[in-house]
Each structure stands twice: as C-alpha cells, then as structure tokens.
Design a protein around this ligand. Structure first.
Ligand code: GDP
Ligand code: IMO
Ligand code: MG
Length: 416
C-alpha cells in the first residue's frame, strides 16, 4: 500500500494529468483534494485527447476509483458535461466516481460574480478562469456556502439559491438585468445537481477503507505551487492551497499517510493570467517555446506566457511541498534550441512569495542537443547535453528526478 501525490511545482499546466495517467498503472484510486473546474488536465491516448477539469485523471483507466475530495469546489453543470463526454466515449463511470458530501458547490451565481469582480478590477484583474472558484471559496470561508450534501434536498437548495441571488442583487454585485439569464442557468444547475446526486457520499470513510484495504492511492494536485493562496505570488493566485500541506485537510487523512510527493515541472516555465514572472521571455525564444510547446490554456484557451526554467522558484517549491522526487515534462520542446538558459538564483535575493516582482534572475547557459528525443525511453539513451541539462536541474533543486516526459503520449515517459 502506498499513497503518492503528484503536484505542480510552477504556475500550473506542468503536465500533471499526463504524469498521473502514466502512474495510474500501479494505482487503484486517484483523488483530487482542492480546486475545481479551473483545472485543465490533458491526457493523450493514441489519437484521442481528453481534457479533464474536475474528474481525476484516473477516470480514463477502467479499474480505478476516483475521489473528488472535501477540499474541492465542484460545479455540477461542468461535471455533468464531463461525465456525458466520457459516457459518449463508452467509458464506464458507474461506481467509480465518489464526490465528498462536504465539498462546496460552485453555483451559477459564483461564476457571474467571478466575471464581474474581474471586470471591476480593470488593469488589476487577476485573469481568473471565471469558473467561480474565488467566490465559492469565499462563501466557504464566510460560512455561507452550499455543500454537496445540500444538493440532496432540491426544494431547500432552490430557496437558498434564490436567497443568495436576492442578496447579491441588493449588495449591487449582480445586476437586476442579469437575473433572467441566471434563472435559466439555475434550471441547468438543478438538473445537473439531481444527476450527480448518486455520486455524493462520505469519502472520508471511503479513503480510510481504501487505506485499510492496502490500496495504492494517487493524489492529483491541481494548479501549482506559485498559484497557492498562501505561498504563491499573491494576489495573482488561485483561492485554494495547492501545496502538499493541504492534501490532509482536502481528503481527511493524517500527514504521515502520504509516502511520496512528486513535484511536476516543465523543462521551462509558463504562466496563464497576470502576475510576476521573472524569467518570462519577450523574444523569439519565448515565441519558440509557446509555438513548439503549443502553450494554450486547456481551460480558457488563452496563450500561455513562456520563459526559462526558474530554479529559484523550483527550490522554493521543493521546500514548501517536501517533494521526494521530481518529474520533468516537455523536455522534447527544447529539442531544437542551440542554447538553453536556466535561472539559478535571484541576484538581489528576492524571495518568491514575498517580493517576486523585484527578482533579478541570474542565468547559466547550457548547450542544446539539436535532435529529437521523443522516442527515447531510457535515460542512458538521451543525448549528453539533455543529460547535462537534467543533472543541472536536479543539482539546483537538490531533489532526484524520477520521471522525464518526452512527448504528449501516455508512453512517452522515462522512469528512472
Ligand atoms: P496539467 O494542467 O498540469 O495537467 O497540464 P495541461 O494539460 O494543462 O498542459 C500540459 C500540456 O502539455 C498538455 O497539452 C499535454 O498534452 C502536454 N504535454 C504533457 N507532457 C508533455 C511532454 O512531455 N511533451 C509535450 N510536447 N507535451 C506534453
Ligand atoms: P491546472 O490544474 C494554470 C490561474 C488563472 C489565474 C489564477 C486564478 O490545469 O494546472 P482561478 O480561476 O483559479 O481563480 O484563477 O490561477 N489558474 C491556472 N493556471 N493552470 C491551472 O490549473 C490553473 N487554475 C487557475 O489563470 O491566473
Ligand atoms: Mg492545465
């Protein structure tokens, strides 16, 4: 029995879905513990690309049970769409989806509030995914939220939602003119809530039952360390704790039960939305990474900002999460570069969660390998320059690399 977590070490989109899917072979359960439909985890199997937002990436493998844990914020409409999409592809989901009855519910009101708050911030906007994440977590912390357990009583749910709408209009957060559109969305929300009701259960007992049965459990993080509400680049962050400390509260397990934590890092850095990004490239090299890496958001389709690998952030992420090993993804994207830079530290001693906007990156330059590595499956068969690059990252992060991803496909991974 083991519990293994896979978490993002940067600003999200590191390839967590791909790594979780690859590791699923040895697991019986995959669990999400935070976030919601702001996540977009891409898995490519043959020609078929699937983007998962709320369902754990284990859902694509037949015998894996999937838990949507207590720390998540769940949007029934979006979840229903995801489930419908999978059943269209003949993936059996019955008995495999377990939603915590204590998880909070994202309602159409939260999504409207997310969009209007962003609009009101003007040039200070965070660039959220507009999935209602911030407003839903705000309600949770204010102790006014709706939880999955509340979806079981539809008439009470209706009156609570209508009350919330009245309050939001009175407070001036939602316009009277938006009311009719919202009422239409409420209908979809009630329908979806009814449909997902059978999946709602006590996942605390379930997780502990799995642990007692000696099952291998994979924990799938969403977003990344620098988007963490406490340890990220505040205020340009998401509204949950994305780091390993939250695994315990998000699933209801003790800190000693997690055996290993893999930090997933892209071989370079990307970011979607606003906020500091010390190694961002406003140059042809940045365009190269964006194009070759096909860096578009999996949820919002926005172009991702691109830059060099930042080991100062990497070291920080290792400390905050206690990563026991590292997975480097998208190494193949660097294939055609003659030279590759890595930021080793900040020259002025800036600290990630404190004054990242002041950081002055110090770079070293390494030679590229100028050949395709997509077919390599053994570390020893990588070009010497690629090995040097990986060894340098490993040394800077003072953490062993356990996995190297060299392409989008499930099998394009090197295990060390
Ligand atoms: P996640 O949110 O961390 O799961 O990552 P996303 O799915 O949002 O973004 C990662 C993107 O990179 C997806 O389009 C993946 O298919 C793709 N990807 C993952 N690993 C690799 C890799 O090793 N090489 C290449 N070229 N693409 C990859
Ligand atoms: P995955 O799981 C990348 C970013 C948004 C925005 C900020 C706040 O696919 O790695 P939110 O909607 O959460 O309130 O937005 O966080 N963001 C992500 N960026 N990957 C994600 O998830 C993200 N989820 C949120 O772009 O900057
Ligand atoms: Mg993503």
């Amino acid at each position: 029995m083991s519990i293994l977590a896979v978490l993002g070490g940067q600003w999200g989109d590191e390839g967590k879905g791909k790594v979780v899917d690859a590791l699923c072979e040895c697991s019986e359960v995959v669990a999400r513990f935070q976030g919601g439909a702001n996540a977009g985890h891409t898995i490519l199997i043959g020609e078929e690309e699937t983007i998962l937002h709320q369902l754990p990436s284990g859902i694509l493998r037949e015998n894996i049970d999937c838990i949507l844990g207590t720390g998540m914020v769940i949007d029934p409409i979006s979840l229903m769409q995801e489930i419908n999409n999978l059943t269209k592809h003949e993936i059996e989901i019955n008995g495999r989806i377990h939603i915590s009855l204590l998880a909070h519910v994202v309602t159409p009101i939260h999504k409207t509030l997310d969009a209007s708050r962003e609009a009101s911030l003007g040039s200070m906007a965070i660039g959220t995914t507009k999935r209602g994440i911030g407003p839903c977590y705000s309600d949770k912390i204010s102790r006014t939220g709706i939880r999955m357990i509340d979806l079981r009583d539809l008439s009470l749910l209706k009156s609570r939602l209508e009350d919330k709408l009245r309050q939001s209009i009175l407070q001036g957060f939602i316009l009277e003119t938006e009311k009719n559109d919202l009422f239409k969305e409420f209908d979809d929300f009630y329908k979806a809530s009814e449909k997902i009701s059978p999946f709602i259960e006590d996942t605390i007992s379930l997780v502990h039952q799995y642990i007692d049965e000696g099952k291998n459990i994979l924990i799938e993080g969403a977003q990344g360390t620098l988007l963490d509400i406490d340890y990220g680049s505040y205020p340009y962050v998401t509204s949950s704790n994305t780091v390993s400390g939250n695994i315990c509260t998000g699933l209801g397990i003790g800190p000693k039960s997690v055996d290993n934590i893999i930090g997933v890092f892209k071989a370079y850095t990307t970011r979607v939305g606003a906020g500091s990004f010390p190694t961002e490239l406003d140059s042809s090299e940045g365009d190269y990474l964006q194009r070759r890496g096909n860096e578009f958001g999996a949820t919002t389709h926005r172009k991702r900002r691109c830059g060099w690998f930042d080991a100062a952030l990497g070291k920080y992420a290792v400390k905050i999460n206690g990563f026991t090993s590292i997975a480097i993804t998208k190494l193949d994207v660097l294939d055609a570069l003659e030279e590759i830079k890595i930021c080793t530290h900040y020259e002025n001693g800036a600290y990630p969660s404190i004054n990242l906007n002041e950081a002055v990156p110090h770079y070293i330059t390494l030679p590229g390998w100028s050949r395709s590595i997509g077919n390599v499956r053994e570390f020893d068969n990588l070009p010497p320059q690629a090995k040097e690059y990986l060894k340098t990252v490993e040394g800077l992060l003072e953490t062993p690399i356990s996995h190297i991803s060299v392409g989008k496909e499930r099998h394009q991974i090197i295990e060390i």
